[in-house]
Design a protein around this ligand. Structure first.
Ligand code: UDP
Length: 246
């Protein structure tokens, strides 16, 4: 989050945001499932200007072997930003931010998976950000969750996610890059809707306690809308397969 230039208005007099959205409106989201031939499961998500690919491998033999658990599979997650995904070229390879995001995404996905079914194996999730425009961790969770379902990994529920935040003294849903840079807070949330569980909750910036609770509620509403889209995307793929077989 950066100091906002005086002349930049993130909300106009009519309450519209710089990309034309209303306060509680999501960016456009498109999801495609099964886009990579060599992965066990995969998904591609375009969320506003974010472009994110997720690939799942496993359950498979673990290397190095000492990580093996005799009672369950281990889940490994790598979130990576392509060097060309941001305005200023990102140095390739892991950095503090991507290590942290990989860790919180792992934590967001793990409660949904039934890892005890696959002892001594690993399930590996790769999230590649091809184009970034804020909200890549929530879009990454959404893509990864679809890829896990596509890989046929037994899950208690899909994990969905969305962020809410604060710009110009107002709470808004799903910040874009300018809003993330010049707004005053960002609250990414991931949920498992069936169990009413929150599996990721972070906050960057400043909010009062009341605003924070409102922002969480708003992000959950957003994530529930995204969840419906995830279900539709999965149904679309598998209904197509069934109709092709007939
Ligand atoms: N960003 C960037 N360069 C970087 C890291 C981030 O330009 O090295 C941008 C990118 O658009 C990203 C946004 O800043 O989506 C917000 O990053 P943040 O760490 O808040 O995570 P995100 O909102 O993507 O989950």
């Amino acid at each position: 989050m950066m100091e906002k230039p005086e002349e930049l208005k993130l909300l106009d007099e009519k309450g519209y945001r710089i990309d034309g959205r209303k306060k509680y409106e999501l960016r456009k989201i498109d999801m495609k499932i099964g886009v990579l031939k060599n992965a066990n499961g995969s998904a591609y998500v375009e969320w506003g200007k974010n472009k994110i690919l997720a690939a799942v491998y496993g359950p498979r033999e673990i290397h190095p072997k000492h990580l093996q658990r005799s009672d369950r599979a281990i889940l490994r997650v790598r979130y990576n930003m392509a060097p060309f995904s941001v305005e200023e070229r990102k140095k390739p390879g892991p950095d503090r931010r991507s290590v942290e995001i990989s860790k919180v995404i792992r934590g967001a996905l793990e409660p949904a998976l039934i890892l005890e079914l696959f002892p001594r194996t690993s399930i590996d999730v790769f999230i590649e950000v091809l184009q970034a425009d804020a909200g890549t961790r929530v879009a990454g969770i959404v893509a990864a969750s679809l890829a896990l379902a596509d890989a046929g990994i037994p899950m208690k529920d899909l994990v969905s996610a969305c962020a809410a935040g604060k710009i110009e003294d107002e709470l808004v849903l799903d910040l874009n890059k300018e809003e993330d840079n010049y707004g005053s807070a960002d609250v990414p949330v991931a949920i498992m809707p069936i169990k009413n569980d929150i599996t990721l909750l972070q906050m960057d910036g400043y909010l009062t306690k009341e605003e924070f609770l409102e922002a969480v509620k708003l992000a959950i509403k957003g994530a529930k809308a995204v969840y419906q889209k995830q279900r539709e995307a999965l149904k679309e793929k598998y209904l197509n397969i069934i109709s092709e077989e007939e």
